[in-house]
Design a protein around this ligand. Structure first.
Ligand SMILES: Cc1cc2nc3c(=O)[nH]c(=O)nc-3n(C[C@H](O)[C@H](O)[C@H](O)COP(=O)(O)OP(=O)(O)OC[C@H]3O[C@@H](n4cnc5c(N)ncnc54)[C@H](O)[C@@H]3O)c2cc1C
Length: 375
């Protein structure tokens, strides 16, 4: 193990020296994948990398770490999402994912090509890998960013994230340390538009890694369905403490079914034990950006808003006209949810039978059509 650490240190200092000369290296995105399937957040970050690289006058690049099996396919996809260069690190020890060899391979790539910025998804794997690499490279890492900007004067990456329980937004910089590293939660940025005709350069790198690694993956549980369903959903119907009991969530299941959506929840409802934590939306839950978000019996605490205010349309149902959720809602219904939700379900069913859609659902259809056309 001592030998391993020493090698890593050598790579780190090489990276540090190369990077310390300038803040304007390329902007890299580490493509998280399982086999040939990339995590959606990687493509969300690719769009962001393009924007940041344009501001820096450098290039957006992607990094694919794996055994080489699906790397070519993933590289093509990365180029279609805007990568000008794709670095493929191929070694049998890089698949399946474990943090140790992947962090060594990434640190090696950094030492050789000196990026200015590295972005990873704030997923279980992304967090694991990012913290290991940042430690090896002795550089700064800002977790769970919600916005990234280039400072026009210093060219440093301004990394903004909620702090102190979400009561303030902190902007963090990492002067004197390169690369600047950040993780971003899935759903914070819109997915970049793919261009099948885009071209880019592919660079293959063969890391020197031990064939046998100290950590082995014995079993793999794919992403939990609850999380996956919230992430990709066009319509989310979320319930809060105003639902009063677990069994009342069946009302929201009915509404979600009529709207072709899925059920989410506030932390209030999760803490009460009514809904699985995997359905929680907000700062310590998931960040979602559906076309329609229906907040039912949710007050609109800042930590909840942090996870859903990127929705195209927000409909709030609450019996308190002063509830903060109404400040960000596009449509609000003040009333008892136990009367409003059944009435909504009846109305939607009626309109589906030919009476024409209402104003909220007209806008939902228009947004869905716009998004489809933009794909
Ligand atoms: C560090 C930290 C992280 C957090 N992360 C999250 C997070 O990720 N997600 C999150 O949601 N929260 C989070 N919270 C908690 C957050 O601050 C709030 O406590 C929580 O969002 C409140 O949940 P709620 O809106 O369901 O409950 P409440 O604030 O109790 O609101 C219930 C609402 O229901 C309405 N209501 C009651 N009965 C009815 C009825 N019959 N008809 C209609 N309306 C009714 C009430 O008027 C009220 O507005 C976090 C807090 C901290 C400190």
């Amino acid at each position: 193990m001592a030998g391993t650490r020493n090698n890593k240190k050598k790579e780190s200092s090489a990276a540090g020296k190369a990077g310390a000369d300038s803040n304007t290296g390329d902007v890299w995105v580490v493509i998280e994948h399982e086999g040939d399937l990339a995590a959606r957040v990687s493509w969300e970050l690719m769009g962001e990398a393009r924007r940041l690289a344009a501001d820096l006058g450098t290039q957006p690049a992607a990094v694919v770490l794996g055994d080489g099996e699906n790397s070519g396919q993933l590289a093509e996809q990365a180029i279609s999402y805007g990568a000008a260069i794709v670095y493929i690190a191929a070694h049998a020890a890089l698949s399946p994912f474990t943090a140790e060899p992947q962090s060594r391979a990434l640190a090696g790539l950094v030492g050789k090509y000196s990026p200015g910025i590295i972005l990873l998804g704030a997923t279980t794997r992304g967090r694991d890998l990012a913290s290991a690499v940042a430690t090896d490279l002795e550089t700064g890492l800002t977790a769970d960013c919600t916005s990234l900007e280039i400072d026009p004067g210093t060219k440093l990456l301004r990394q903004t994230r909620p702090a102190f329980g979400g009561n303030i937004m902190a902007t963090i910089i990492s002067p004197g340390h390169l690369p600047q590293m950040a993780t971003v939660r899935p759903g914070v940025f819109p997915i970049a538009k793919a261009d099948a005709g885009a071209t880019g350069k592919v660079v293959t790198y063969r890391p020197r890694l031990a064939a046998v690694q100290p950590v082995r993956r014995l079993h793999y549980l794919p992403e939990l369905e609850d999380e996956a369903s919230l992430q990709g959903a066009d319509v989310i119907v979320s319930g809060g403490r105003g639902m009063h009991q677990a069994r009342n969530f069946s009302l929201l299941e009915d509404l979600a079914r009529e709207l072709g959506g899925v059920v989410g929840a506030s932390r209030g409802a999760v803490d009460a034990g009514w809904v699985s934590a995997r359905r929680q939306v907000g700062q310590t839950g998931q960040t979602v950006r559906p076309v329609l978000y229906v907040a039912v019996g949710i007050s609109g605490a800042i930590q909840h808003l942090a996870g859903m205010q990127q929705a195209d349309i927000v409909l709030a149902i609450n019996n308190d006209p002063t509830a903060p959720i109404f400040n960000i809602a596009d449509f609000g219904i003040v009333g008892d949810l136990f009367e409003v939700v059944p009435a909504l379900i009846t109305e939607i069913k009626k309109r589906k039978d030919g009476a024409g859609a209402g104003i909220v659902f007209d806008r939902v259809v228009a947004e869905q059509t716009r998004k489809e056309a933009a794909k």
